[in-house]
Design a binder for this molecule. Sequence first.
Ligand code: 13P
Length: 244
Amino acid sequence: MRCVVANWKMNLTKDEAQAFCEDLLGRMAPESEAEVGIAPPFTLLHQVSDLVRPRGLQVFGQNGHAEAKGAFTGEISMPQLRDAGCSGVLLGHSERRQFFGETDVALAKKVKAAWQWDLLPLLCIGETLEQRDAGQTLDVLAQQLAILAETGPGPLWVAYEPVWAIGTGRRAEAAQVREAHAFIRTELNRHLAGTEYRVPILYGGSVTPESFPELLGIPEVAGGLVGGASLDPRKFAELVKQAG
Ligand code: 13P
């Protein structure tokens, strides 16, 4: 199974989202076997899910709180995401970790909450440039995946997104992606040994239609989590086609 997920981040308005979805769906072959997801901003969740779920696409929240409800101004809960049409939720995106102080402790709670509300967590992990230069990449990935010792097993997708490759146009090299994905697979096998869960590992960071075919050829790369290129329906449809 190959997966392509659009992370729109803090982009698009209602009219732009409408035009995007109509354009994308018009370009998508009905026989595509790729699992396709869109993670819009919260205000667009209802609208986007109404448009794309009938065609089999998944909708993801970009974040979700561990509590089901309460006095948490500015947050959104897992049942609210479900109510808005989501089947999954991005958790631990590096922008959340970097700019909003998201910790592994909080993420373990969020993964459990997602499961409780029947949402598929797409857990994002990855090292900063400083950590890579210091030779800490694999240690960082192991630590970010160690929350699975706390959560226990469950359905999960993982995205490897080296922070230095996000929005920079500097995609990780094939050898770096191969090493990271092989290591993540080993760690997942260890955490999920003896369970039925088989976790697809997506790559994210400056994915484009030009670079995606090579990435898809790397062992353990099950697809892509796409930022910039996912805002152009022509480019995103091309990525879906390459994955299908
Ligand atoms: P870019 O594709 O813009 O590098 O963003 C990647 C990303 O952060 C997806 O979650």
